[in-house]
Design a protein around this ligand. Structure first.
Ligand SMILES: Cc1cc2nc3c(=O)[nH]c(=O)nc-3n(C[C@H](O)[C@H](O)[C@H](O)COP(=O)(O)OP(=O)(O)OC[C@H]3O[C@@H](n4cnc5c(N)ncnc54)[C@H](O)[C@@H]3O)c2cc1C
Length: 401
């Protein structure tokens, strides 16, 4: 039997396994390696970070969705040697493969900004999101003890998709946090700092203006066109358009300026940029047609060849479906699918539980209806990886407010 090894059980990796076990469990030996024993919905990390939902709410045990034919190894992947066709693991013997799927996802990217790694809180996995929630609670408790208003200040570095979704979730969290601090919710100040000349480039002007109005209504401050130069312990140093340097203190500083692909890609000596490998039209690494690279560690060029598609859970899931089909054909001797192609169904950004905006299936949505669409998108992802059982247990059914 051919050996297929899948690395990472995020959207791309778990979707590959779930599909592949239906098609090829009898013709291939399938092994999944993941550092956690759970799958988590990375698209909801901001909700955990704000403390609005528990980590269990956005995760489920991987074993629950695996067929008995699939072997699960809980370990950390160190690197892949594509020439030797071998995977090095932190605590297990190396694994040999005939086909390998690398789907190791994203890590927080500091772009080398001084002090960012040491003095701000990243939000790129469940542990980090939980740490943010814990830190926020501690700050509120400290305020209650010493009344230093700095404990009530939260700075979100970056006002991209993730930063804005986080700020919206923090707005929802204010009431609860204010109770801990024994203050009025309005006393908790949330500010985003972002360098780009225009926020939310994936949306048109009308939608961007809607987002800005919503931020104003929710008293979320946006310091735009401000390049972060350094993060000091408890302070962000940034430069505004007029070249003035500013230093702003806060009890909580969260880093959401960007992500890169897993460092395992560089450790494996694959041709990569910021942890992403430009894949072939069969989603394999250049020169290694037995090594699939999926999700946030991959760069997929659209037909116009201008810029790779943005890395999203949506594209990661479609890559998993494609890789499973292609692999199943290869191990069963069936007809391989044609080249991979992708059609985005749209993007919806949430700002708290009941507000959102975005485009889905070609239609624009704002406010509460958009928040319902956002929850339906999350439910669709959940059913894709966890099936009906996980959807019923963890789905978002609080559609009416
Ligand atoms: C707050 C937030 C909101 C987002 N919202 C959206 C959205 O609305 N829509 C959308 O489409 N996308 C959204 N995204 C982006 C989306 O979450 C990512 O594109 C998606 O998670 C990528 O999927 P993946 O399978 O490549 O990797 P991941 O989901 O990151 O999964 C990678 C898996 O690999 C495991 N792993 C990593 N390294 C190792 C190792 N060395 N050894 C073993 N296991 C390892 C991890 O534990 C994890 O289980 C959002 C992201 C964030 C942070």
């Amino acid at each position: 039997m051919k050996k297929i090894v899948i690395l990472g059980a995020g959207y791309a990796g778990l979707k590959t396994v779930v599909e592949l076990q239906k098609k090829a469990a009898k013709t291939a030996e399938i092994t999944l390696v993941e550092q956690n024993d759970y799958h988590y919905e990375a698209t909801s990390l901001h909700e955990v970070a704000a403390g609005n939902v528990a980590p269990e709410h956005i995760s489920f045990g991987i074993q629950e969705v695996l067929s008995p034919a699939v072997k699960l190894i809980k370990d950390r992947v160190v690197k892949v040697d594509p020439d030797a066709k071998q995977v090095e693991l932190a605590e297990h013997a190396p694994l040999n493969y005939d086909y390998c799927v690398m789907a190791l996802g994203f890590v927080s990217e500091t772009f080398g900004i001084k002090g960012a790694a040491e003095n701000s809180l990243p939000m790129a996995n469940v542990d980090q999101a939980e740490q943010i929630a814990h830190h926020l609670n501690e700050q509120m408790e400290q305020y209650r003890a010493d009344h230093n208003p700095n404990h009530l200040k939260i700075i979100v570095c970056g006002a991209g998709f993730t930063g804005i979704e986080l700020a919206g979730a923090l707005y929802d969290a204010r009431k609860r946090l204010a109770k801990v601090a024994e203050v009025d919710p309005a006393a908790i100040k949330i500010k985003m700092i972002d360098a780009s000349p225009r926020i939310l480039p994936m949306f048109d002007d009308k939608m961007k203006d809607y987002a800005i109005k919503l931020m104003q209504k929710e008293q979320l401050t946006l310091q735009g066109q401000a390049a972060i130069k350094e993060i000091k312990p408890g302070a962000v140093v940034y430069q505004t358009k007029d070249e003035q340097l500013h230093e702003e203190t806060a009890g909580t500083i969260i880093w959401t300026t960007g992500v890169s692909g897993s460092p395992v890609m560089a450790a494996s000596d694959l041709p990569q940029r910021r942890g992403r490998v430009m894949v072939t039209d069969h989603l394999t690494a250049p020169d290694y047609d037995d090594l699939y690279v999926l999700g946030d560690v991959a760069a997929v060029m659209p037909p116009d060849g201008k810029r790779p598609y943005p890395t999203t859970a949506q594209i990661a899931l479609t890559m998993g479906i494609y890789a499973a089909k292609d692999l199943a054909a290869r191990v069963t001797g069936g007809q391989r699918p044609g080249p991979y192609s992708y059609h985005s169904l749209g993007t919806v950004a949430s700002m708290g539980n009941t507000h959102a905006f975005g485009v889905a299936m070609g239609m624009k949505y704002y406010g509460y209806p958009a928040s319902v669409i956002k929850k339906m998108i999350a439910n669709k992802s959940l059913i894709e990886t966890g099936g009906v059982k996980e959807l019923l247990a963890k789905g978002r059914f609080d559609l009416y407010h």
